[in-house]
Ligand binder design. Structure first.
Ligand SMILES: *Cc1c(COP(=O)(O)O)cnc(C)c1O
Length: 363
């Protein structure tokens, strides 16, 4: 399909493939929570959530209340965990039937004193087992149970800090052990079994023995397993493509772009692309660091990436204005590979793709 502008192509076929693969790593009755925060890692949270509902997903998760609200307003009905609510969110959370993660006494208090609070409203409790980002500490359980005043969470959960890192297996196993034991303590104290989850995508792939009753997957659904060995099994859901807007002949000694970021050492040909740092292509990709694909050949990004455009060197490539340019896709250059050139990770570029880029569903 010929494109006429910058597009994010969203492959629902690849999404289904990835869900199937992740499921194959789990016991048949383990529930799956799909993480659709940050616009579904750039894909489009509504498109992805709708497809996941078709695939009978058990739970969705977002980072912030506004993200859950947007999904509800578009008709998404699945249970939605809000990972990181803020104190003023609870009326909205309850009104829109979102499930808050309660991660501190301050948040618990805000939840319980919300005007819309009801005694059996579903919520989850987040424990900190070593990431030291959000969650109650092990030594706060007794006090937490006092404060809960008989309320029971639907789930308790925690988050691994280095599940993708082979060299940090001990750290991950320690987190899992700590979670197991605090979960047991918590259950014993309140006298009922509470369901649990701790694994993210890399956790599913590397520590599947700790799947408990549910797992959470984000990046895996979008096609990345944090390890090259999953390259064939997991397929990128997002292709980022653009087009050549204009071609210029540049004479030796002339400059290209803001602040004369590139100076031609020979006569060259450049192409201007309608995508820039406002769209998620960091300025770090400029000055030859990043490269994109034109008609099967790589072209370096030259000079400084502008807000809405960037320029590439196409001197050795046969192409014309209007031709398609691949920034990353599921065939030629993965988002992982593209981001390696500036020493970052697929998560970052996916989540920063601007909303002004059109999303197009393919297959
Ligand atoms: C973002 C997030 C996830 C998803 O992690 P992936 O590595 O993308 O699978 C899971 N749990 C929490 C708490 C998160 O913040």
């Amino acid at each position: 399909m010929a494109i006429q502008q910058t597009v994010v192509e969203v492959s629902l076929k690849n999404l289904k493939n990835n869900l199937r693969f992740l499921k194959s790593k789990l016991n048949p009755n383990t529930l799956i929570m799909a993480v659709v925060k940050a616009f579904s890692y750039g894909a489009d949270a509504f498109i992805i959530s709708k497809e996941l509902e078709k695939q009978k997903i058990d739970y969705l998760a977002v980072a912030y209340t506004s993200e859950g609200l947007a999904l509800r307003k578009k008709g998404i009905m699945s249970p939605i965990l809000v990972l990181h609510p803020q104190i003023n969110d609870f009326n909205t959370i309850i009104e829109y039937n979102l499930e808050p993660s309660i991660y501190s006494f301050r948040i618990l208090k805000a939840f319980m004193s919300s005007a819309k609070f009801q005694k059996n409203y579903p919520f989850q409790i987040k424990f900190n087992t070593g990431l030291n980002r959000l969650g109650f500490h092990e030594n706060q359980i007794d006090s937490l149970i006092d404060h809960l005043n008989g309320l029971k969470p639907t789930y308790i959960f925690s988050h691994l800090g280095a599940s993708e890192d082979e060299n940090e297996k001990n750290f991950s196993n320690d987190q899992i052990k700590k979670f197991s034991s605090l979960a047991k303590y918590f259950q014993n104290k309140i006298g009922v079994k509470i369901k649990r989850h701790i694994l993210n995508t890399s956790g599913i792939l590397n520590f599947s023995e700790a799947q408990y009753e549910m797992v959470r997957t984000g990046i895996g659904l979008y096609g990345f397993g944090n390890d090259n060995k999953y390259k064939n099994a997991l397929k990128p859901v997002i292709n980022l493509k653009t087009v050549i807007s204009q071609i210029h002949k540049i004479k030796k000694g002339d400059s290209v772009g803001y602040n004369k970021g590139f100076i031609a050492t020979n006569n060259i040909t450049t192409a201007t692309l309608p995508i820039g740092h406002a769209d998620g292509i960091s300025r770090l990709y400029g000055n030859g660091n990043g490269k994109v694909m034109v008609n099967g050949k790589f072209a370096p990004i030259i000079g400084n990436v502008c807000m809405d455009m960037m320029m590439i060197n196409i001197s050795k490539i046969v192409c014309k204005e209007g031709d398609q340019v691949i920034i990353f896709d599921d065939k030629n250059i993965s988002a992982d590979e593209f981001t390696k050139s500036i020493d970052t990770i697929s998560y970052e570029i996916l989540a920063s793709l601007s909303k002004r880029i059109k999303r197009v569903i393919i297959n």
